[in-house]
Design a protein around this ligand. Sequence first.
Ligand code: URA
Length: 228
Amino acid sequence: MAGTPLDDVSRLAYLQAMDIDVWVQRTPQVKPGLRQEVAAPQSSLADQWTTLQEQVASCEQCELCATRTQTVFGSGNQQADWMFIGEAPGQSEDEQGLPFVGRAGQLLTEMIRALGFAREQVYIANVLKCRPPGNRDPKADEVTACRAYLQQQIDLVQPKMILAVGRIAAQNLLQSQEPLAKLRGKIHQWGEKPVIVIYHPAYLLRSPLEKRKAWQDLQFALKAFRDK
Ligand code: URA
């Protein structure tokens, strides 16, 4: 009989004989004459991502749409436990349409590796989806205009841990004016999600002596994630 699949009745009998609970999917009982409540069709996650990406790509809610080459939506694992949020695209990102692909991006990839992940395992986005000309700091109205996009990305990914990359991202995410030195080493919140602030890789490229503290921040984030 090897290789012959058991019919359902025999399989159930075997499982019950071995004291294994058997769960059988119930067929919904429809009472005659009663109108069934039909659930409203839910758009799939994939549809929601596509819609959001299209909205961002055609966004004209602030003046950055006039100077961008293209929008930089975000990239990575859409079901990631870890989400990295930077400030805004720079020149390379504006050219390629992807976040953190320049020199700072290479260092961020190394930082992600230091946490034990491949870049593809996490999700990476920015507070702003368009490059501010000359890489100036984001303006308040630009952050406000882009905030709903980021909120929706977070809602879709449902990360277990958010890392705010650098002072500007952290201050905008946390709506704080505190310097990075005060923001790092603490667990903040975005709604119910824990947020940890880390050094921006561009800053670490300029100040390599701070890499030790950056490593401590990553360790702190890992511990916070494991202790949850
Ligand atoms: N710096 C950021 O904050 N984001 C990028 O995508 C690139 C550089």
